[in-house]
Design a protein around this ligand. Structure first.
Ligand SMILES: NC(=O)c1ccc[n+]([C@@H]2O[C@H](COP(=O)([O-])OP(=O)(O)OC[C@H]3O[C@@H](n4cnc5c(N)ncnc54)[C@H](OP(=O)(O)O)[C@@H]3O)[C@@H](O)[C@H]2O)c1
Length: 348
């Protein structure tokens, strides 16, 4: 029997605590260390995980603890520095999305993983969902033919502030497109994988608050492929609760999935998935609960397999680079007010 994979966790905020829980729940994992700068978070981490070493500084944790993989769940502007420090020590990395808030930083992280020969997984946990992941299986089985149209849409209540308000500060969050729509770019690109790489992108966005015009409450983007297939990614933060929709139409049939909860992290969501193969309409039975709390547990399990060399990450560094790149290009398209070529975004 293999020994448990040792996780060091950077960040013990709203999402980091759920990472800690998912690690602690997995019998093949051990949470050996946690970093949180504030005294209050450190005290909370110590009380919840008395066997873990607690640090105020991620660099100190990386330098002094023996671990196999670092799980980085800190404000997005800190990702690059922490990821690079861990990689230089030869540690594998699970890095929350967005990989970083600029394309340059994201590329530096992917390059560092290659240089130091470590594995990198990016936190696009929706790929591991019993619902959003099942859509990929349905497309791969050819049930709806070649996908020609993908819509991924979310309407929800406003974002949380984040520790010391980082999520409402553009210099630390980068943009709100990098927060949630990044998952939808990832899903849409994954569903349309058979069409190659996207070739062109256009976007609109607006804000309710004149104090933060660049942090969009409403955001929509469209991107297309050489074969004519295209995707629409759309989000409003000016709504209520949490309601996500995916629609895919193919050359033969179509599918429609919906997820609703009072909150994104509810343990009692409602959800459905309907598939029309051109003749019959089927309501798909979803075996496990759908929702990000459940997907996070799958993500930790997949990272354990990744560290042990048994599986590839659900979303690789290259996937993370693509999703961040499309978000940043969408912002540029809004600034320029015109469609932009995707071109050499990732490989240039
Ligand atoms: N995949 C997903 O679905 C998903 C969902 C939510 C968030 N995220 C991503 O996860 C990250 C964290 O989001 P969150 O909502 O958990 O934010 P949060 O609630 O604000 O928590 C951030 C945590 O990081 C700690 N921290 C701040 N600077 C640090 C540093 N330099 N080194 C180590 N720890 C540091 C904070 O410490 P204190 O508590 O001591 O202030 C806090 O514990 C972001 O990148 C976000 O985009 C991903």
């Amino acid at each position: 029997m293999s020994s448990p994979v040792r996780f060091a966790l950077a960040g013990f905020g709203a999402w980091g605590k759920l990472h800690a829980q998912s690690i602690a729940l997995n019998p093949d994992a051990r949470l050996v260390a946690i970093t949180a700068p504030s005294e209050a978070s450190r005290a909370e981490a110590k009380a919840a995980y008395p066997d873990a070493q607690i640090f105020a500084d991620a660099a100190e944790m990386i330098a002094s603890v023996e671990f196999d993989i670092i799980d980085i769940v800190t404000p997005s502007h800190t990702h690059r520095e922490i990821a690079l420090a861990a990689m230089e020590k030869g540690r594998h990395v699970l890095l929350e999305k967005p990989m970083a808030i600029t394309l340059e930083d994201s590329k530096a992280i992917v390059e560092a993983a290659a240089k130091h020969g470590v594995k990198l997984a990016v936190g696009h946990e929706l790929r591991l969902s019993s619902q959003w992941g099942e859509i990929k299986n349905i497309i791969s089985r050819g049930s709806i033919g070649e996908p020609q149209y993908v819509l991924v849409e979310l309407s929800r209540k406003p974002y949380r502030l984040g520790a010391s308000g980082w999520r409402y500060d553009q210099s630390r969050v980068g943009s709100w497109v990098l927060e949630e729509p990044i998952h939808f770019f990832d899903l849409a690109r994954w569903y349309l994988e058979g069409a190659g790489d996207p070739v062109e992108l256009y976007a609109y966005g607006n804000s309710r608050d004149p104090q933060r015009p660049q942090l969009f409450d409403n955001f929509s983007a469209m991107f297309k492929y050489a074969n004519g297939a295209y995707a629409v990614v759309s989000q409003t933060l000016a709504a209520f609760e949490h309601h996500q929709t995916v629609k895919v139409s193919g050359t033969k049939g179509a599918l429609w999935a919906g997820w609703s909860g009072a909150l994104d992290r509810t343990l009692e969501p409602s959800y459905f998935l309907k598939v029309f193969d051109g003749e019959n309409l089927e309501q798909v039975q979803i075996e496990k609960h759908s929702g990000e709390v459940f997907e996070l547990r799958e993500e930790i399990a997949r990272c354990i397999q990744m560290v042990r060399g048994e599986a590839a990450p659900a979303a690789s560094g290259r996937d993370g680079l693509w999703s961040a790149g499309l978000c940043l290009l969408a912002e540029e398209a809004i600034r320029q007010g015109k469609p932009l070529p995707v071109g050499q975004l990732i490989d240039g």
